[in-house]
Design a protein around this ligand. Structure first.
Ligand code: ZN
Ligand code: ZN
Length: 173
């Protein structure tokens, strides 16, 4: 053995450490380490990683928005049908809205691939909200206020769910 195992942080040459960045193998001290599910990485790699995670293309916004809008419009239509059956409808909407949100999130992920960015998630959330507009407008005209309440319940459950589901696999920000 000619080499000792003592490492010094690549950013703080005076700090001894035993940690290495999982990606570039640089020795890192605890204040330079960024925690990842797979281990620790250095701040440079973390920054590079974040850039990779902000890769949405312009058509992702269009596709994500349209997909969210169409699926949400379908969900909104179902909510109206279910809401019409009475008391049981309340439960079905409460149970069904998370499922609708999940389907919307998966549908959006299908068309946008693994590309992601915060503005894209917000655009998708806007798509979910706008998807219910045709039915809500119709209900406004027909003064179906219970119907609008159902749509509101659906949105309150589905929108945060879609957003967190899409952004949730973002490991850190
Ligand atoms: Zn690194
Ligand atoms: Zn350091």
């Amino acid at each position: 053995m000619t080499e000792t195992t003592t490492l010094y942080c690549y950013a703080h040459p005076t700090r001894e450490t035993s940690l290495r960045c999982k990606r570039c193998d640089n020795p890192i001290c605890t204040s330079c380490a960024v925690r990842m599910p797979t281990g620790y990485i250095c701040k440079d790699c973390s920054r590079a990683h974040k850039k990779v995670f902000d890769t949405a293309l312009w058509h992702d916004f269009v596709l994500g928005f349209v997909t969210a809008g169409i699926l949400s419009a379908l969900a909104s239509f179902l909510v109206t049908l279910i809401g019409g059956i009475g008391f049981l409808g309340w439960f079905l909407i409460l149970l069904g809205s998370p499922t609708a949100g999940t389907i919307i999130a998966e549908g959006v992920r299908l068309v946008t691939g693994r590309r992601r960015s915060r503005p894209l998630f917000l655009t998708v959330a806007a798509g979910v909200v706008l998807g219910v507009l045709p039915i809500v407008l119709l209900q406004l005209v027909t003064m179906n206020f219970f119907g609008i309440l159902f749509q509101a319940i659906y949105l309150v459950i589905a929108v945060p769910l879609v957003y967190t589901r899409l952004s949730g696999i973002q490991l850190f920000r």
